[in-house]
Design a protein around this ligand. Structure first.
Ligand code: DC
Length: 223
């Protein structure tokens, strides 16, 4: 189990880590885990059940009993495809709130570690290299300026035909950065053993290649 390679990509909201992690996983023939999706699923389930977002015990129970699965790039909650629903801004904000509760995080640990399957795993989140997979063979901290991240998110929403406001998106991103990095458990931070990659002036192909290059340099295997 522990010799199955893991590439952990952590970073702030809208840093492009999901896109990069998926490209890298595809190139290497590895499995992929979007850990943020799990927090978003808990948030969506909590919204559906009318849960109180200040009730840590109730939220941890929802996380423990999460009836969700990933299949062919889509995400399901109780057999319903919620891939688009969990991407909504409100769901991200709620996910960030409940992610600050230690017992919610604990409830999701085993589920995340179960994704470590042969021939390897590429995963993205906030604490992949620090808490969930501390033995990851390659740890990357992906970042970009808040303005560039807000612009990327704006373009993404426009492409989907969803209207958005740049100033509000920037505010949301800054608020989320503050909440994700100031919480007491598993905060978003650049740990010393993670390579920092600032994508402000890089495109997707350049970032993907940089990650693959680092992986090759440490003698990484491909499937
Ligand atoms: O990566 P994302 O924006 O989809 O994640 C949504 C929220 O979930 C994020 O604001 C904080 C939380 N999260 C976390 O605390 N730890 C992770 N490993 C992944 C996400």
């Amino acid at each position: 189990m522990s010799n199955i390679p893991v590439i952990a990509i952590d970073g702030p909201s809208a840093s492009g880590k999901g896109t990069i992690a998926q490209f890298v996983a595809k190139k290497l023939g590895f499995h992929y885990l979007d850990s943020g999706a799990l927090y978003r699923l808990v948030a969506l389930q909590a919204i559906h059940s009318g849960a109180d977002f200040t009730d840590e015990t109730m939220l941890a129970e929802i996380a423990s009993n999460l009836d969700a699965f990933f299949e062919a790039g889509r995400i399901f909650l109780k057999d319903k495809d919620v891939s688009d629903a969990i991407r909504e801004e409100q769901c991200g904000i709620r996910a960030s709130e409940l992610a600050a509760y230690p017992s919610v995080r604990t409830a999701l640990i085993a589920r995340q570690r179960a994704f470590r399957q042969s021939p390897g795993l590429v995963t993205d989140g906030r604490d992949m290299g620090s808490v969930i997979f501390p033995g990851a063979i390659l740890k990357i901290f992906l970042t970009a300026s808040a303005e560039v991240r807000a612009k990327r998110r704006y373009n993404q929403l426009m492409e989907k035909g969803i209207s958005a406001n740049m100033a509000t998106l920037l505010q949301d991103i800054q608020a989320r950065d503050a909440r994700d990095s100031k919480r007491s458990v598993a905060p978003l931070q650049h740990n010393m053993d993670a390579k920092i990659l600032d994508t402000t002036d890089l495109n997707i192909a350049e970032v993907t290649n940089a990650v693959l290059q680092w992986y090759a340099e440490i003698g990484g295997v491909r499937s």
